[in-house]
Design a protein around this ligand. Structure first.
Ligand code: ZN
Length: 283
């Protein structure tokens, strides 16, 4: 497909807001697939300002369990809302890090899977503007995505809340290995806080504003592996829809947006995105 035809079809898409009009894509049912990977490839080629939104489901094939699935990984037997709460860090950083250090250690050797790579490839080909993610695992960047908006922060860094100094993940894990309690700032010996949004904290304002802007400008939002129930991120597809953009869901579970999505693929995220790439015209 030429750039010209993409532009033209993109303009058409702008003039036919929301689902339906002039669309060959079926809309039906809740939680079930309502189209094919090739339908999605077509929508991506026709869009001009598509954006991807990802949740925990895209990292499950990398061996990172969604903590909402009970009894998995480091979350087994603990209440994440309690141990990963900002009050837990404030109240007793040493105790907080005894738990959170395990979480860090469990993430450090994880690698991107083909779904992360597919998202990066879509950006390389100019078919999406970037990715907004709820994940803190840094796998989108590792996969080669350049424009990544991390709504809940990232494990890449831990920060000193007193002097602003920051320490990278590898060093933090090393400090945790040799030390007893919380890793400390090298400059002022204050306990570090992971640069992720803990429960009880508000989301980083800059990331939130950027995500809202991308959502408002998007003529297509592709949501991958998110149940779209955690606010305020769950409101982003609504922003795209309200501005006349299309909505596509790639997730095995149900979402509150199933009824209004233009297309839903409910198979395994890796298989679905592989199939999308396979259907795209050669780069
Ligand atoms: Zn400091």
């Amino acid at each position: 497909m030429t750039a010209e035809s993409i532009t033209h079809r993109g303009a058409d898409a702008d003039n036919t807001p929301s689902r339906g009009t002039g669309s060959r894509h079926p809309i039906a049912g809740h939680g079930r697939s309502t189209g094919t990977a090739s339908d999605l490839a077509e929508l991506l080629c026709a869009s001009e300002s598509a954006i991807v939104l990802t949740g925990a489901g895209i990292s499950v094939p990398s061996g990172i369990p969604d903590f909402r699935s009970p009894g998995t990984g480091v979350w087994a037997g603990v209440d994440p809302m309690e141990v990963a709460h900002i009050d837990a860090w404030r109240g007793d950083p040493d105790r907080f890090w005894r738990f959170y250090g395990e979480r860090f250690a469990s993430l450090i050797d994880k690698r991107p899977n083909r779904a992360h790579e597919a998202v990066a490839e879509l950006e390389r080909r100019g078919l999406v503007r970037g990715v907004i993610t709820q994940n803190i695992d840094r796998l989108h960047r590792m996969a080669g995505s350049r424009h990544v908006v991390e709504m809940h922060g990232t494990i890449e860094w831990s920060r000193c809340m007193l002097c602003g100094g920051r320490v990278e993940l590898e060093r933090v894990v090393e400090l945790l290995r040799v030390g007893e309690g919380a890793p400390e700032c090298v400059a002022c010996a204050t306990p570090l806080k992971p640069d992720v949004t803990l429960f009880g904290e508000i989301l980083p304002q800059r990331a939130m504003s950027e995500a809202q802007q991308l959502a408002a400008e998007a003529d297509l939002m592709l949501c991958v592996g998110s149940s779209l129930i955690v606010h305020p991120v769950a409101g982003l597809p609504g922003i795209t829809r309200a501005a006349g953009g299309r909505l596509v869901l790639v997730t095995e579970g149900e979402t509150p947006y199933d009824g209004e999505a233009d297309l839903k693929l409910s198979g395994d995220v890796v298989e679905e995105l592989d199939a999308v790439l396979a259907t795209l015209p050669a780069a």
